[in-house]
Design a protein around this ligand. Structure first.
Ligand code: DGY
Length: 332
């Protein structure tokens, strides 16, 4: 039986049962149980009388939404990225915002290496050829790719996930360099062996790397960071990997780069207008394309959901959240 004193929560997508069970112990819960996502109108209608919202990266939480949900005290994103949330607007309205960092570092880093291997060793082309019954047997010069050993990996976005990717570079014989944040020009980031990675400018990373991999958050500064001009700084033999957010890359310029041979290939997990993929990308065998699977392991997604639930419960019960977003309002 529902108790009127318990906080009300809307969960905008079906989560794992253990997470729902956890939330149900602490709150009255309404779960969007349909396939797909709630429309913006459904999101407002289901959240407007709630104290907590468990959201996904595709739910837009802006000032207009928050104004229609006056009782809301906490928004818990089941994602490390939070470009879907206007954090300043939430702060002004005293709404706490949380995300799910750390628990997905290893899954995202491992899949980054999957993308790197996929595009440099032509795994997509190989699988398509085999399934189409077009494989003619072993041939010395069939689907030749690029060795990673001895090459340079350029990391743009050397946060938790970028560093987890860098930590695996030595296992492939690669040297990792990264784009040093203009806000922290003196930072020194060291690898598992204690040796510092080389931090340099965006231009240098693009010019020198054999594989450029993106792990920065999406912000006004990083929107279309990779565009026609910046992609032209890359070597024609280099590969671009995007594990960050789709709009960090201007997809049309990747299409132009593949069309004109400005780069050797691209591997993308995320897209500008998900789930729409620029049709130009689909034409190229050297575009290795997967559907936003960065953190998609059972263990990691469960940990993300449970962390979001813990954040929710902490705030609703008057305690500090475990992982507030930097700059979030915190009322303890
Ligand atoms: C994140 O956590 O930001 C991911 O993109 C969601 O899988």
């Amino acid at each position: 039986m529902s108790s009127p004193s318990r906080p009300r929560v809307f969960v905008s997508r079906r989560l794992f049962q253990e997470t729902l069970d956890l939330i149900a112990q602490h709150a009255e819960m309404d779960v969007f149980d349909c396939s797909g996502s709630p429309t913006p109108e459904e999101l407002v209608a289901r959240t407007k009388k709630c104290h907590g919202l468990v959201a996904q990266g595709t739910d837009r939480i802006d000032a207009a939404f928050l104004d229609q949900c006056p009782d809301l005290r906490v928004v818990c994103n089941v994602a490390v990225g939070y470009n879907n949330i206007d954090v300043a607007a939430a702060r002004e309205r005293k709404v706490v915002v949380t995300n799910t960092p750390d628990v997905l570092n290893e899954a995202c880093a491992a899949l980054t290496w999957g993308l790197i291997l996929g595009v440099t060793r032509r795994l997509g082309e190989g699988e398509r050829t085999l399934r189409a019954g077009q494989w003619k047997g072993f041939q010395l010069d069939f689907l030749l790719g690029m060795d990673l050993v001895g090459k340079t990996l350029g990391i743009i976005g050397m946060g938790r996930i970028g560093q987890a990717v860098a930590a695996k570079a030595a296992a492939f014989g690669m040297r990792a360099i990264y784009m040093r944040s203009p806000r922290r020009p003196d930072e020194v980031i060291t690898g598992p062996d204690g040796a510092p990675y080389e931090g340099t400018t965006l231009e240098e990373v693009l010019r020198r790397s054999d594989v450029v991999t993106l792990h920065c958050p999406l912000s006004p500064e990083t929107h279309h960071l990779i565009n026609r001009e910046s992609i032209r700084l890359m070597k024609p033999s280099a590969y671009l990997v995007n594990m960050a957010r789709g709009p960090v890359v201007e997809e049309a310029s990747v299409v132009a780069a593949l069309e004109n041979g400005w780069i050797a290939g691209a591997a993308l997990d995320v897209y500008e207008l998900e789930p729409v993929v620029h049709p130009g990308l689909l034409k190229f065998e050297n575009a290795f394309l997967i559907p936003h699977l960065g953190s998609a392991t059972r263990e990691t997604r469960t940990a993300m959901c449970n962390l979001a639930a813990r954040n929710l419960i902490e705030v609703l019960e008057g305690r500090a959240p475990v992982t507030p977003i930097p700059g979030s309002f915190i009322d303890v």
